[in-house]
Ligand binder design. Structure first.
Ligand code: BYC
Length: 315
C-alpha cells in the first residue's frame, strides 16, 4: 500500500517538473531531490560568503573613493546573496548552524575560484568581469530552477551580479587604456584568472556525477560544458575589444561552425583546489572561523536579549 502511494507521489512530482510547475517547500519531493538541492544551494551560499574575502582584501586599498564605495557595495551584495541562499536551504529542512559548521570544518565545498589570491588592483577588475561573468552565465538559468525559493532568490542575485560584472569590465577597460604598466597589470590579472574562471563551471560533462539527474529534475538547465562554452563565446570578444589577450594558445574561432575552440583545462589543478590544496584554501577557512569566533559575543547578546523578551512576554 505504502509503495503505491510513494509511486503516485513520485508520478505527481515528475508531472509538475515536466510541466514547469515550481516545487515549493511544503510539497512532497523525493529525498534525493531535497538532498541535491541542499548540497548545491549550501555550496552556493558558502561560495558567496567565502567570495567576499578576495575582494574584501582590497577595500582599504581601492584607488579612489568611487572605487572604494562600489567595491564595498559589491562585497555587501555577496553577503546578502549568501544569506538568501542559507535561508533557501532552511526551507528544505537544513539547519543553518550545522550548514555553516560544515564549511568551517572543511567538510562542505565552495567554489574553487575563491582559493586564488588577489595580488593587484587589476584582480578586482578580473574578478568582476570574469568571475561574476561566469556566475551570471551559470545562474541566469537557475532563475528557472524547478525549486521555487532557489529560482526566486536567483532573480535578484543575477540583477546584482550584472552590476558587478559591469564594474569589473569597466576597471579592466580603464586599466587596459591606461599606462603601459596599467595595461600589463590588467593582462597579468587576466592571465591568472582566465583558467580558474573556466573551472568554475565544474568538471567536464563526462566527469560530472550530478548533472544528468539534476538536468532531469530541472535543477540545472544546462550542462557544465554547455555553460563554459557560452562563457567563452561571450568573453573572448570582450577581451579583444579592450586589447587584452586570452592566455590560451589553442584558442581559435572556428569559421565553419561559428564557435570558439579552446585549450584543455588543467583538471589536476582543479581537483587539487577542490580537495583543499589550492593557494588560499587554508587562509579562507581560517578567516571564516575567526569571523565566527569574533562575532560570538554579538550572537550571545542577541540570544540573551531574545530570551529576556520572550520571558517578559510570557510573564
Ligand atoms: N568548485 O557533478 P558536478 C559566485 C564539485 S559564487 C568546487 O558537476 P554539480 C560569486 C561539485 O560540488 C559561485 N567544487 O556537480 C560569489 C561536486 O562535489 P560533491 C558558485 C566544485 O553540483 C562572490 C563535484 O565537484 N556558484 O558566483 O552538478 C563573488 C562534481 O561536480 C566545482 C554556484 O554554486 C567548483 N568550481 O555542478 C563573485 C552555482 N564544480 O557535492 C561571484 C550553483 C564542481 O558531489 N551551483 N564542484 O561533493 C552549480 O551550478 C553547480 O553546483 C556546479 C557544479 C555547476 C557548480
Amino acid at each position: 500500500m505504502r509503495d503505491i502511494n510513494i509511486s503516485e507521489l513520485e508520478r505527481k512530482f515528475q508531472e509538475k517538473i515536466d510541466n514547469d510547475v515550481k516545487i515549493e517547500p511544503n510539497d512532497w519531493m523525493p529525498e534525493e531531490y531535497r538532498q541535491t538541492l541542499i548540497r548545491q544551494i549550501s555550496q552556493h551560499a558558502h561560495s558567496e560568503i567565502v567570495g567576499m574575502l578576495p575582494e574584501g582584501n582590497w577595500i582599504t586599498r581601492a584607488p579612489n573613493l568611487r572605487r572604494k564605495a562600489v567595491l564595498l557595495a559589491k562585497v555587501q551584495d555577496e553577503a546578502g546573496h549568501g544569506l538568501y541562499l542559507y535561508s533557501a536551504t532552511e526551507t528544505l529542512g537544513a539547519d543553518r548552524e550545522e550548514t555553516i559548521d560544515d564549511l568551517h570544518s572543511g567538510k562542505a565545498k565552495y567554489s574553487s575560484i575563491f582559493n586564488y589570491p588577489t595580488l593587484t588592483w587589476a584582480d578586482m577588475g578580473a574578478i568582476g568581469w570574469l568571475v561574476d561573468g561566469a556566475a551570471i552565465m551559470n545562474q541566469v538559468p537557475l532563475c528557472r530552477c524547478s525549486y521555487g525559493p532557489y529560482a526566486r532568490a536567483m532573480v535578484r542575485v543575477c540583477k546584482e551580479e550584472s552590476f558587478h560584472q559591469r564594474q569589473g569590465f569597466e576597471i579592466m577597460t580603464q586599466l587596459a587604456q591606461g599606462t603601459p604598466e596599467q595595461k600589463a597589470m590588467a593582462q597579468d590579472a587576466l592571465n591568472r584568472f582566465w583558467w580558474p574562471a573556466l573551472m568554475m563551471f565544474g568538471p567536464s560533462d563526462a566527469d560530472s556525477k550530478h548533472t544528468a539527474q539534476s538536468v532531469q529534475w530541472k535543477i540545472k538547465r544546462h550542462t557544465n560544458d554547455e555553460l563554459r562554452q557560452q562563457f567563452v563565446e561571450v568573453t573572448v570578444p570582450q577581451a579583444e575589444l579592450i586589447g587584452l589577450t586570452v592566455p590560451d594558445k589553442d584558442l581559435k574561432f572556428n569559421e565553419a561552425n561559428g564557435h570558439y575552440e579552446f585549450g584543455e583545462i588543467d583538471w589536476t589543478e582543479f581537483w587539487e583546489v577542490v580537495k583543499g590544496n589550492g593557494p588560499c584554501n587554508k587562509d579562507r577557512l581560517d578567516a571564516r572561523r575567526k569571523a565566527k569566533e569574533n562575532g560570538m559575543w554579538v550572537r550571545e547578546a542577541a540570544n540573551a536579549f531574545a530570551a529576556k523578551r520572550a520571558a517578559r512576554k510570557s510573564a
